[in-house]
Design a protein around this ligand. Structure first.
Ligand code: CAA
Length: 287
């Protein structure tokens, strides 16, 4: 029975993953080298848990369990490695940064510990090949905001074994999520389908088909999307969208994934979406 999950990286995704693990009865160790980032993560987790409890989406027991189930840790030396069943890596989307971190942590793993990456665009097979356990390496792709989104996309690399798939599927269910499997191809399923829509919305804006607001409202009211594609692009981060499109354009070789020039221009201008205070829309200061 899985008990302890180590989450590496306390950015938006890592803190959400640790929150969900801790409120579903697992011990969640949240690691980040930055003390300031960890402090911010804990404050945000507490706020989110209080809100979910207030709305009845978490029981009083789950909410009060947070304190005893969440452990934060600034140093990899302070982690009790023998207790760690699964490591979920959620650091920046950079192959070298991820594999350098794996190099530091893998010698501390128990032989049966599974390493899962929350990457949204890097090949699981390629990341797995940089470890000593490609069979026990898997993609575990969560969606933002993690506490509210039901899906975990499970990405099987070329060498991932059945036990790893089943174990991580069980872990995702235990965290209250719906795991759905797919194979390792650029963009997996979610971004292969979502990003061309966001890209096309940017082309529609660039070509003057409609205003930002009307493109978003047409897709919201006409397709029942919770957010229009341009609002969603701001939410995800324009730089993240461009990066994922570039990976699919390069690795699938299909021009349909070519990032819209307007998206590139926005990245050059620093209009990265909510996180920079401005993307397709303005957010009144840094969000
Ligand atoms: N914790 C607790 N509560 C939260 C929260 C969090 N992390 N994030 C938002 N909420 C709360 C809001 O504060 C709000 O509370 P109030 O009702 O008290 O105001 C409530 O949830 C609902 O928010 P909204 O009023 O904005 O209403 P909504 O119905 O639009 O729900 C949403 C918000 C769930 C984010 C919804 O808009 C949605 O599903 N949007 C699409 C999100 C999406 O597609 N995410 C995937 C992005 S792609 C990705 O992550 C992967 C990748 O690889 C790029």
């Amino acid at each position: 029975m899985l008990d302890t999950v180590l989450v590496l990286g306390s950015g938006t995704m890592g803190r959400g993953i640790a929150q969900v693990a801790a409120t579903t009865g697992l011990t969640a160790i949240l690691h980040d080298a930055s003390a300031a980032q960890l402090k911010g993560a804990v404050a945000e987790i507490e706020k989110s848990v209080a809100k979910l409890a207030e709305k009845g989406k978490l029981t009083a027991e789950q909410a009060s369990g947070l304190k005893s189930h969440l452990v934060v840790c600034e140093s990899l030396d302070a982690v009790e490695w023998k207790r760690v069943d699964v490591v979920i890596e959620a650091i920046i989307e950079n192959f070298d940064a991820k594999t350098e971190l794996y190099r530091q942590i893998l010698p501390r793993f128990r032989p049966d510990t599974i390493l899962a990456s929350n990457t949204s665009s890097i090949s699981i097979t390629k990341l797995a090949a940089a470890t000593d356990r490609p069979a026990r390496f898997i993609g575990m792709h969560f969606f933002n905001p993690v506490p509210l989104m039901a899906l975990v996309e499970l990405i099987r690399g070329l060498a991932t074994d059945d036990v790893t798939c089943e174990t991580i599927e069980g872990l995702a269910r235990r965290m209250g999520k719906t795991p759905l499997r797919c194979n390792d191809m650029p963009g997996f399923v979610s971004n292969r389908v979502l990003m061309p829509m966001i890209n096309e919305a940017a082309y529609a804006l660039m070509e003057g088909v409609a205003t930002e607001k009307n493109i978003d409202e047409i897709m919201k009211l006409g397709c029942n999307f919770p957010m229009g594609p341009l609002t969603l692009a701001d939410f995800i981060g324009i730089d993240v969208c461009v990066n994922i499109l570039e990976v699919m354009h390069r690795d699938l070789g299909d021009p349909k994934f070519r990032p819209c020039p307007l998206l590139r221009k926005m990245v050059d201008a620093g209009r990265l979406g909510r996180k920079s205070g401005r993307g397709f829309y303005e957010y009144g200061g840094k969000a």
